[in-house]
Design a protein around this ligand. Sequence first.
Ligand code: CUA
Length: 325
Amino acid sequence: MARQPRDSLTATVLSAGFLPERASSVAEGVDQVFGLIFWLSAFFLALIVALTVLFVVRYRRRPTRTEPEPSPSHDLRLELVWSGIPLALVFAIFAVSTRAYLRMTAPEPGPEAMRVQVTARRWSWWFEHPGGKGASDLHLVAGRPAALVMVSTDVIHSLYLPDFRLKQDVVPGRFTRLHLTPILAGTFPITCAEFCGTDHSRMTAKAVVHPDQASFDAWAREGAAPAASLADVGRALYASKGCIACHSLDGTPRVGPTFKNLWGKDEKLADGTSARVDEEYLRESILKPGAKVVAGFANVMPPVPLDEREMQGLAAWLQTLRDGP
Ligand code: CUA
């Protein structure tokens, strides 16, 4: 698979020569921050060590030692210089890292983005791709934005993609996300970066970045069709948990809002604010239905305890109830 050469001088300087390849669109920004801090630290380490050695030699105690000249206790110009220079340097680091951080926390990618549901558990990863294909490795397409929506079924884990320069905690009872665009085709390591028990160090997986959509589709068609995709799980819950009584699928409001075209919508709430219908909103509305009541509807829904897979299933199924992409 095609890989970018990484022997350019800038690349070597940025990564100080020992970071892995830059496989996502945010990686370069992270390496700029790393390179800046690394080389600044290297410079000051060298300066301080050199001056220490120089002063030790030059001002060592000699037999003919005389009392030192009285030195001034205060020098305003000197103090301004040694306060001003570090201040400018930390502001430079702040600026460079804020720029990289803003790029990383870019808003939700559009509908063309690939949504992958990630489940972390002791001690493995599970990735469910568009079309229902589940795998223990993450599959993405080079150049296509991706949204990873993550849950944990037990303790806190952390999805760490060193080549993508990305890391995100996966927290029980919450959906967390990572938005990224892979830029290199190839296979890259995934590890867990949050100590989660005995086999934490073996909680690894691979990120396979396909060179194009056709290659991904070919992989997704391989093997047997999944027994039940996440969306199937959600559809079954809709009937078995009784959501069907209050939430229609054809656009008619009943006791509660319809599920048709609900996903991704900005809902007007009874308290005058609004909320985007996404995984977190869904979780809250199921576990604490009174927290965000949609304007025009009464607060009558009982909490419905669901496990993580059921929660993911409902989210995946609601996404299929949209017209268009
Ligand atoms: Cu999961 Cu460490």
